[in-house]
Design a protein around this ligand. Sequence first.
Ligand SMILES: *[C@@H]1O[C@H](CO)[C@@H](O)[C@H](O)[C@H]1NC(C)=O
Ligand SMILES: *[C@@H]1O[C@H](CO)[C@@H](O)[C@H](O)[C@H]1NC(C)=O
Length: 255
Amino acid sequence: MGTGDEAKSMAIRDIIISMQMSNHKNVLKLLGCCLEISVPALVHEYAMEGVLNDHGGLGGNENYSSLPWKTRLRIAKQLANALTYLHTAFPRPIIHRDLKPSCIFLGHDYVPKLTNFSLSISIPPMQSHVEDDLKGTFGYLDPSYMKSGYITEKSDVYSFGVHLLVFLTGQKVVDKYDAIEYQSIIAYVKQHVSEIGQIQTIVDPKINEDVGGNEKVQQQLQDFLQLALSCTQDEIERRPYMTDVARELVRIDKI
Ligand SMILES: *[C@@H]1O[C@H](CO)[C@@H](O)[C@H](O)[C@H]1NC(C)=O
Ligand SMILES: *[C@@H]1O[C@H](CO)[C@@H](O)[C@H](O)[C@H]1NC(C)=O
């Protein structure tokens, strides 16, 4: 296939799944599309707050505005709902496969809207996985899928867990943390929290400014971190399903 055909087939997949998902309030509504041009154009509803940046905030990466902790938690909770729906509401589970900040828009009142299903793929009946070439975004890509080429619901769970770490730390997924060397956010976080009580050193300073020593929030941060780490385990069997993740976020939000 030429790149034009490839772009067209990705656009078609995006259209089909966006339409299936369109009545979910946490999915960016597709209003129209044009396939008669070399690069297919999709027209979506307007999301007034814009798109998430690499730090899990808004605006350009150089001088971005960060979101309050309560908002980050609510965004995570609502995105988990949209993904649970994608995985469970149809005869075959659909895997988004390319969750990244640029697929997450924020509408009025910072309500998250998931978009870009152009790499999404469904799992055939009676199968636990589907096999395909490696596609996705470095830093968010499930290492197990990278090794085996097998895509499962747990690949999205992994990427989602990485997003939770971005929300918690305000850091990019791959960066020069501690000015030492480039590493992944997971390695960075694990290194800092391996000693109990070190969570403060990785939490986004903006969150600490915002909520200070509030005990309930400290518990939320701790549980949010544990959830993120369980989603990003290497062994896919040990990761929770998206529905468990969504339930746990509801619990954490109520603390
Ligand atoms: C960042 O934004 C703040 C407030 O909007 C502004 O005062 C500051 O000059 C900006 N910094 C840069 C480097 O653009
Ligand atoms: C959607 O994701 C695909 C795959 O990463 C990317 O090539 C494409 O540019 C994205 N589309 C938009 C509108 O961002």
